[in-house]
Design a protein around this ligand. Structure first.
Ligand SMILES: Cc1cc2nc3c(=O)[nH]c(=O)nc-3n(C[C@H](O)[C@H](O)[C@H](O)COP(=O)(O)O)c2cc1C
Length: 174
């Protein structure tokens, strides 16, 4: 799917009791997608298996959040994050994601797994949307992508320092 697909501005929703699940190989290529993922993202299984997970990337997601996610995952740690995704038709949906590495018996990472649930709307509007907007502005204003990510990372670090909490504590305080 081209990254230039038109965004409709229409939001898709799923139920509180549902979980959107995908698994990837160590490179982030999709190896499993459950029925709820396919329904919400408007894809057929054969459209997504073997594709990089950034196929559903939405431009409102800050690069720095994915940098944080991959840094944590590749060092064997889990990541909780609010994520906006793009669907096949250019719609979008918000999730609260828990992404984890999967290990073999020698503790080597053999892939990754993401479980996503319905996010609290007040958390999105009150904290996450304004935060991501700031991170995106910092990333877009910078002279190059790498210094943009650094500026956004610095902002997030200082914000958390001022609050006296780590990222995980912050996410679960919302
Ligand atoms: C298990 C797993 C699940 C992921 N789920 C998503 C997702 O739902 N949406 C998304 O945009 N990226 C997801 N990613 C991250 C993508 O691999 C990618 O880093 C991200 O879309 C940013 O792409 P970009 O570097 O091309 O900007 C996931 C990665 C893993 C390992």
């Amino acid at each position: 799917m081209p990254n230039t697909i038109r965004l409709t501005g229409k939001e898709n929703f799923f139920d509180e009791g549902q979980v959107i699940v995908t698994k990837t190989n160590p490179l982030g290529v999709i190896t499993y997608a459950n029925k709820t993922f396919l329904e919400v993202s408007e894809f057929r299984e054969k459209d997504v298996l073997g594709k990089p997970h950034n196929m559903i990337r939405h431009p409102d997601m800050p690069h720095s959040m994915f940098r944080k996610m991959w840094n944590r995952l590749t060092s064997g740690k889990e990541m909780f994050a609010y994520v906006i995704n793009r669907t096949r038709l250019g719609n979008h949906y918000w999730v609260f994601a828990h992404v984890t590495p999967s290990f073999d018996t020698d503790q080597r990472i053999v892939g990754f797994h993401s479980n996503r649930r319905v996010p609290e709307r007040s958390v999105l509007t009150g904290a996450i949307m304004p935060l991501y907007q700031t991170l995106n502005e910092l990333e877009r204003q910078a002279p190059d992508p790498e210094s943009g990510i650094k500026a956004a990372e610095d902002y997030l670090r200082e914000m958390l320092q001022k609050k006296g909490v780590g990222y995980d504590q912050f996410i679960f305080s919302l």
